[in-house]
Design a protein around this ligand. Sequence first.
Ligand code: AMP
Length: 126
Amino acid sequence: MPIDATQPYDPDNIFAKILRGEIPNETVYEDEHVLAFKDINPQAPIHVLVIPKGDYVSWDDFSARASDVEIGHFVRKVGEIARDLDLVEPGYRLLANIGGHGHQEVPHLHVHLFGGRPLGPMLARI
Ligand code: AMP
């Protein structure tokens, strides 16, 4: 079920459990502030989730409350991870779902990174 992006941060969400090491993940990249891991239900040959380690519900929450340093680091790392996966050429897609209409299901900010095949138009229908 999609979440309400205005809800307070839930420390029991599945990505919080991954960050605490309570649930395994296939890590692609990790540093002090960022974790990138393979999506458990991939929608493309490459489907990686990039998350900040701070407690942010969504892109809305992150862009409102995170420091410029956190935001700058996160954005740089998303780009770096895509380059390390050799995705710049032929290309890739970033996606962040926010709240109900965005169909966000996990209430911890994550950016989907898709690649490895032509991804088609952005949305299937209006
Ligand atoms: P969203 O709809 O943007 O909230 O996407 C949540 C994503 O998290 C989905 O693509 C799920 O397949 C993925 N997901 C859920 N649980 C896990 C998990 N334990 N490990 C990796 N990915 C997960």
